[in-house]
Ligand binder design. Structure first.
Ligand SMILES: *Cc1c(COP(=O)(O)O)cnc(C)c1O
Length: 376
């Protein structure tokens, strides 16, 4: 058997993530590797923290980039803040809410589930009802941007309700960060996690995380240690925030953090509000083109995410055949349906660097051709 270097095909990534990574970010990734405790590297980490505070709109000192994908960010929030004595209210309206439930169950805490329809926002009234019924609840968790369905929930209102009932909030912002309005401090979010490969358009494998003072207090007041050594933020803190002196915890993905720094810098240069607006504009452009093709959205207009468009597969088309055609003929990746929508929906991502006019045009042209070719 003979081996040679792996040269990936040049794709346009318009699925649920990873999204297109710009040449600028890829070039940052390829700079020389230095030590994870090198003073220059530590100085860059400090900038990553400041840039993440900007992206999250928070002053939380504990705002870091976890060395693992978004799923680990989720798990970090749950294992650090939830103890077996807690009652946790999880709002589920898609696949990622279901994973939150799994986290709570594995910790052995008491679970209260608030169910909303797939393809719809979490219903605030249902959360309020659940909290009235469960005054013992101490934590509320929900997904801001449900990537499995394309629905956006009203994080501000959900956090307001949680606060009225004296609960901490855990918010999944994997797909929202950088792509839609998100204000951690103003909305009173206590623990939030995201991912590098969605609207930040960085390489996969890093999870931005931020904890409020209240979350840090809860972590420090624990009388049972966090069950995961790697994700125990009281230990990770020594690496990301040791005053003047950083303690070794694990070897950070040095080059991936260069890439993260660069993508956050690009977001800062563009301006957060401008980035949110660009996602909206590209969504509108795509929605207009899809309407011309008589393709329908699954999510009602007022609850749609700009960065993740879930559409019904037009009648008479085969899911895998069309996606395969787009990939092979156009080097274009769009996402399949997930969970309840498997086989009957496509997910078109307009995330970060992928939210550009030429991508929208390519996607519409490719879909038009596939429809004409394959529709029975
Ligand atoms: C992608 C995603 C995750 C998981 O992130 P990974 O980096 O794939 O582990 C979690 N939540 C949401 C909403 C996501 O879109």
């Amino acid at each position: 058997m003979s081996f040679s270097s792996f040269i990936p095909p040049q794709r346009t990534l318009m699925g649920p993530g990873p999204s297109d990574v710009s040449a600028r970010v890829l070039s940052a990734l390829s700079r020389p590797t230095i030590g994870h405790l090198d003073p220059s590297f530590v100085a860059m980490m400090d900038e990553v923290k400041l840039l993440l505070q900007y992206a999250f709109q928070t002053q939380n000192p504990y705002t870091i980039a976890l060395s693992a994908p978004g799923s680990a960010g989720m798990e970090a929030c749950f294992v650090n803040l939830v103890t077996p004595e807690d009652t946790v209210v999880v709002c589920r309206n898609g696949v990622f809410g279901a994973r939150m439930i799994e986290n709570v169950q594995r910790i052995g805490a008491k679970l209260v589930t608030v169910e909303s329809d797939w393809g719809r926002a979490v219903e605030p009234q249902k959360l309020e009802d659940a909290l009235k019924q469960h005054p013992e609840a101490s934590i509320v968790a929900f997904v801001h941007a449900e990537t499995s369905t394309g629905a956006s929930s009203d994080a501000k209102t959900l956090c307001d309700i949680a606060r009225q009932y004296d609960c901490l909030t855990i918010v999944d912002a994997v797909t929202s960060l950088g792509g839609s309005e998100l204000k951690v401090d103003e909305w009173g979010i206590d623990a939030i996690y995201s991912g590098s490969q969605k609207c930040l358009s960085c390489v996969p494998g890093i999870s931005p995380v931020s904890f409020s003072e209240r979350a840090i207090e809860k972590l420090k007041a624990r009388n049972v240690p966090v069950q995961s050594w790697f994700l125990d933020q009281s230990l990770v803190m020594g690496y990301w925030s040791g005053e003047g002196k950083r303690a070794y915890h694990h070897t950070a993905p040095v080059n991936s953090l260069y890439a993260m720094h660069e993508s956050l810098l690009m977001l800062k240069e563009e301006g957060l509000e401008n980035s949110w607006q660009r996602h909206k504009n590209m969504h509108q452009l795509l929605a207009d083109g899809l309407a011309d093709l008589d393709i329908e959205f699954i999510v009602p207009k007022s609850e749609r995410l700009a960065q993740l468009n879930t559409i019904k597969i037009p009648h008479g088309l085969d899911d895998a055949q069309v996606r395969g055609y787009l990939l092979n003929e156009f080097n274009l990746e769009i996402g399949a349906g997930l969970g309840q929508f498997a086989g009957n929906a496509w997910r078109i991502g307009l995330m970060g660097f992928a939210a550009r006019k030429e991508n929208v045009a390519l996607c519409l042209a490719a879909l038009t051709e596939a429809i004409n070719k394959f529709r029975k």
